[in-house]
Every structure is written in structure tokens, then in C-alpha cells.
Design a protein around this ligand. Sequence first.
Ligand SMILES: Nc1ncnc2c1ncn2[C@@H]1O[C@H](COP(=O)(O)OP(=O)(O)OP(=O)(O)O)[C@@H](O)[C@H]1O
Ligand SMILES: [Mg+2]
Length: 770
Amino acid sequence: MTTSPPNVQSISQMAAAHPDFFTGLNPEQEAAVRTVQGPVLVLAGAGTGKTRVLTTRIAHILAQGLARPWEILCVTFTNKAAREMRERAQKLIGASAEGLQNLGTFHSIAAQILRRHAELVGLKSSFNILDDDDQVRLLKAIFEQENIDQKRYTPKSFAWHIDQWKNKGLTPDKVKGGEGSEFAGNRGVKLYQMYQDRLRILNACDFGDLLLHNLDILTRHPDILETYHRKFKYVLVDEYQDTNVAQYLWLRLLTPASRNLCCVGDDDQSIYGWRGAEVDNILKFERDYPGAKVIRLERNYRSTRHILAAAAGLIKANTARLGKTLFTDQEGGEKVQVQGLWDGAAEAQFVAEDMERLHKGTRDANPRKWSDMAVLVRASFQMRAFEERFVMLQIPYTVVGGPRFFERAEIRDAIAYLRLIQSPDDDLAFERIINVPKRGIGDATVQKLLQQARLAGVSVMTAVRDLIQTDELPARAKTPLVGFMRDFTRWLDLSKDMQANVLLDTILTDSGYYDMQRADKTSGQTRLDNLKELGDSMAAFDDLSAFLEHVSLVMDLERDNGGDSVRLMTLHAAKGLEFPVVYLPGWEEGIFPSQRSMDEGGLKSLEEERRLAYVGITRAREQARISFVANRQVYGRWTNQIPSRFVDELPIDNVEATSQTGYASQGWQSQQSRWDRAGYEPNYTKKEKPAYGGDLAGVDMSRLEPKARPTPHRQPAPAKPSAKNFKLGERVFHMKFGYGLIVEIEGNKLIVNFETSGDKKVIDSFVERA
Ligand SMILES: Nc1ncnc2c1ncn2[C@@H]1O[C@H](COP(=O)(O)OP(=O)(O)OP(=O)(O)O)[C@@H](O)[C@H]1O
Ligand SMILES: [Mg+2]
């Protein structure tokens, strides 16, 4: 098959030369591709080729000359998915990718439409799209103007309510009696209206508005709607189960009942209920598009039998299901492995070493590429342990769909505070945090401070100390600076004999940083979890400087990775993707299912967690490896973990429980029994046993944290970076590369000529004198 890009006119001739679109498709898939007229719903389980059907359908429509590329509207869930689909379609048909300009996410396409008709909703076509921060800032201004007690009602949480309304397609006039916000009576709606008015004046809209304005325009202007009906001859939607009400309404408007709409989805993979997605949209489809053809695909092409059976056995426990059958021809293969481990570090080590083994290959198995392997976590804080282990073993890795752990804004903020304690002259750190959380220190003041520092040739911190003793600054700037300096001086004092992680906790509490995150209903909890994880990881270091040195080294080395790298991402980000080998760590109660889903949501959110587990397992083509640990540091305390209920729900015939410590065989045999925790006991003495705490929430409790982290049995001691004053020519030992001679020293990095593997660049903290 050729892949050279043709011009548009020649597409149908090209197609004649590519009669092989349909080769290999099963009859149901082929029907889904060929049924281009009228509404079609493809309802099918993971890996049955839904996305492949959509791609082939695009190729088929173009090849038949039924539409030109820009007359196809195709909506995917992420920009990445859109890119991939464009590439796949290009492979099939060779059509110029630019032609498929209406292939994208709901937001990206809605934004295009809105630009064209912005004036109809009182905007100019040059409107700005506000990000979350801007949105909150705007609400704050309104709250201030309205004299609203911002301790009681935070702009952040109100922003969340607005998003929820918008997900449901509700403009202020449609919100009934203020329902859904924490304000009494109509006040919430009034504030919502004020916010919308203000956006208009600013010539701006937020993300939710993109669709909402579209709905407004398309309902009020039938002539415009008509042009889109003519334009979009075919409409295709992937991951239909995750559409929310606003998206559903938008689709309905653009595709009246007679039109050519094809949606593909899987109710078992609906994982965005918390963001307003409605699985009911699947049920509504047949009602709203009478005579719709519903096609079921039952053959899975992705996974081997055991993986598929494990996933099917797990999802069976959900009650709210449409129900489907799935089978595969791929017999044999490995059972899903379930591995119990001592703690998070041991888990990361296990995964990383397993990856190395697979990468090397064995007598029976060909070497795997790094990119064949993925680690899928429930929450981003889990990534930290893996990232550090990958760095240590020099396994190239890529974090998909988000920043690396140490590059996250909240982690950088926290580290900036610590850097400032370590070295008050660190101007960059100062600038980063001086007004985070907001202290009312404006840009003008900061500029003035910087200027003073430059003039006097001193650090900004010194400049502040000087300036607040003068009358240079107006009182409204001076007061918050004085307050900050008071706090800072206290932290500096505390730092002399306080353990670093406790110090960080104190700083984030006193500064109001935790409160700021708590107020953020959308991602605050994730950020708090990441900060806790950061604190926990600090416990392994003797002091603040050792920790900061370690961080800067990890961040420095982290960057370098080429195409062939292992993938690290959240389960949510893994939707629609597939990998030969998938690792699923942290299957413990409170992590997966998440604590939140267990506490708040009842059955509904528990079932959503289970669907997420189903998504996770079904990403695997050949090997799936689930793990859980016995001990985890949660909120600064060592806690005894219980394996996830999802582990127990896996069908025993398709699972192989393995264990380095020999406890896995106990308990596994009987479904009703939890993994027997007693099995962990023999390997540590009472003295080493961590103090377990049931109280996870109390931040103060973490101050009681024993200073040294309990040493897990059989684990190498955690790496502690330190200035070791290595000399050229010294013989050293490295955990991964063995013995070698130092040939070059660049600060904390060494180039070592290893006896077995030649020259490698390594961090000195991972090297011992031999
Ligand atoms: N008829 C077929 N013959 C061979 N391989 C196929 C066939 N149909 C699909 N596949 C392959 O099966 C895998 C899964 O397909 P696809 O990603 O389209 O499934 P999906 O239903 O969209 O899965 P998910 O629900 O996870 O999004 C892909 O590698 C795809 O190329
Ligand atoms: Mg898919």
C-alpha cells in the first residue's frame, strides 16, 4: 500500500487502487463501515475494532466519493486520538491529512464554529479562551464586588459548579432556582449570570462556553444550522460513552434524525461520570434516532484469552451494564499476573526490573522494545516512585498526557519554598512563591523588589529585608511583605532541627498553600496527593540539602528520552490505547478504588472505578501485571494496605499469583479471604515494624512520624545523594552497571568506564567506591 499523499481529486482513483480496506474486517465490522447512510450505533467491548471501524469508514466514504475530506465531522476524545486517526486514515487512503479539518475534539471543533459566528453571542471573533486560573480570578473579582464571604464560598468551588452546569447544557436562564450551587435561593444563578456578562465584556469565554455558545447559535439561527447540515455530510464519534449532555445536544443539533451519524462506544468503559458524562446517551440513541442500526462487535482482536477473561470476570461485578459477550481467537498466552510486594519502592523496583528482563529478552521470548511497555496508575502521585526507579536504572520513559512528577506546578512550588529555606538568596524560587498562594503582593511590587535587588547588587530576599524597613513601599504592599518575612524567618528557625518533610508540611499549612488547593474542587485533591507523596519521598533523606540535590539531579536526567521509551500515564489517559505489556500497580483499597470513590460516591462511583480497572486490563495485548503492596506511606504515615477488592474479583483460572515473599499462595485460593497479611510477618522484627495509623487525615499526626523510614527487607537502602568527592580513575560499583573506573567528573555526574558495558554517564549518588 502506498502512503504518498495524493491530491484531493485523485482520491477515488486511489481508492480503486486500494481495494483492500475491507480485507481482514469481520462481517459486523464491514457492515459498520459500509452502512454509511442513516444513524448507526456500534456498541462493543474493548479491542473489538471500534476505532478501526471509524477510521476505515472515513477512508470508505472518501474512496466512494461520498464526501470531500472537510465534509466529514469526526469527534474524538483527545487531540492525540484525533492525530492518530488522521494518520491511520492517511495510511488507508493516502488522503491529504489537512483535508480532514473537522477531525478533532468537541472543544476544538466547537471553537472553530464559534469563531465564525462569535458576533451572534456578543463576542468578537478574536475572543480569548480563558484557562482555569483566569476563570477563578474573574469570579473572585465578582465575589469581591458582591461582598461575598470568600472563606465560606470560594471562587474555585463556584467555578466547578459553573462547569457542571455547562456540562449539562444549562445557561443561567435554564438553571432552576439556583439548584446545584452552595448559595441559597437564586443567588448562585445571579452570580453565574454576572460571570457570563463579564466574560462578554472581556470578549472571552471559558471552555464550557465553547459548546454552550454553539448550542445557542445553532438553535436560534436555523439558517446557520442548515449550512452545517449541508456541510457535515457524515458525522462520526469515538468513545461515545463519555459524552456529556452538552456534547450530546450539540451532536443532535448537527445531525437530525435522518442524518448520517455513526457513534461507537462501550458502556463498560464510561469513566468520566465525575465530569458530567452520561452513559444514558447510549440508551437514548435508539430513541432519538429511530430506526438506528445497532451493531455489536464481539470479537476482540487485541488481547489474549486470559487477559480478556480476567477483564470480563471483573466487570461482571457491576450491576449497571448493558451486557455484552467478547471472545478472542488468541488462545494460549500468559495468565494475568498478580504480584504482592512489600512497599511502594519494592513495587517500582519489581516493575522496572521486570521491564529490563523483557527488554533483554530470554531464550523463549524475543526482546521487547521499551515502548511496548506501559505503567498505568490510578493517581498521578503514584508515578513518583516509578520515575525515580527508571532514572536510577536508566530506563528511558515518557509520561503521557501530563507533566512528569517533579515538573508539576504544585511540586515546583513546594520545592521553591524549600530552596528558599536552603538558600534565601535563590531569587528564582523567591519569585515563584512570593505571591503563591495570593498574599496581595502585586506585580508592581515584585518589579520594584527586583529592581532594588539589581541596583543594590543583592538578592531579592535581602532587598525585601531592606525595603520593609524604609518608606519606599506603600502600606498595602508593605504589610503582606512584612507578614511573609515573619513567616519565613520562623520557618528558617524551624528548619534547624525539624525534619525536612515535617518542615514542608508546616510551610504548606501556615502559608495557606494547602487551603488554596483544598478550595479547588477540580484538581485540588490530586495536587494535595502529589504534595503528600513528595513529603513521603523526603523521609528517605537525611536532610534538606541531600533531598534538594537529589531532586535537581533527577530533574536534570529526566529530560532525555527518545522515541523508544516506556510509557507512564494515568488510567484515564490510557483510554483507547493498547500495549503488548501493561503494568497495573497500586491495586489496593483506598488507592484503587480510590478513597474518594469509597467515601463519597456509593455504588455509582465504585462501579466507575471498576470500569476504570476494566479499561486498564483491556489495554494489554499479551501481558498484564497487576501489583499491590503491604505497606504504603499515605499522608506521611506508614499504613497497612489491603489488596483491592478488584484483585479478589479476578477469575482465578485466568490469574497467576506470584510472590517473592511467598505469601501470595495463602489466601488466594479462597475468594472470600483477603490476601493474608500474616504472610508478610516473618520477614521483619517487631522493632522494624512501622507504626500503623488509622488516621490518614490529620496533617499534624505526621509530625510524630518516626525519623527513619523503616527499612524494608531485601530492599537495597534508598539512594542518598551526597557529595562523595570522587576522583578520576577511582574504581566504583554501580547498582546496575557493576564495576568500572571513573573517566570524567562533571559536578555530580560521572562518566564511568564499566567493565561489562563501557562508558556510561551516572549520578554519583548511585555509585559506591569499590
Ligand atoms: N478485523 C481486524 N483484524 C485484525 N486486527 C484488527 C481487526 N479489527 C481491529 N483490529 C486490531 O485490534 C486492535 C483494537 O482495535 P481498536 O483500537 O479499533 O479497538 P476499540 O474497539 O476501539 O478498542 P477500545 O474500546 O479500547 O477503544 C487494534 O490493534 C486493531 O488494529
Ligand atoms: Mg477505540
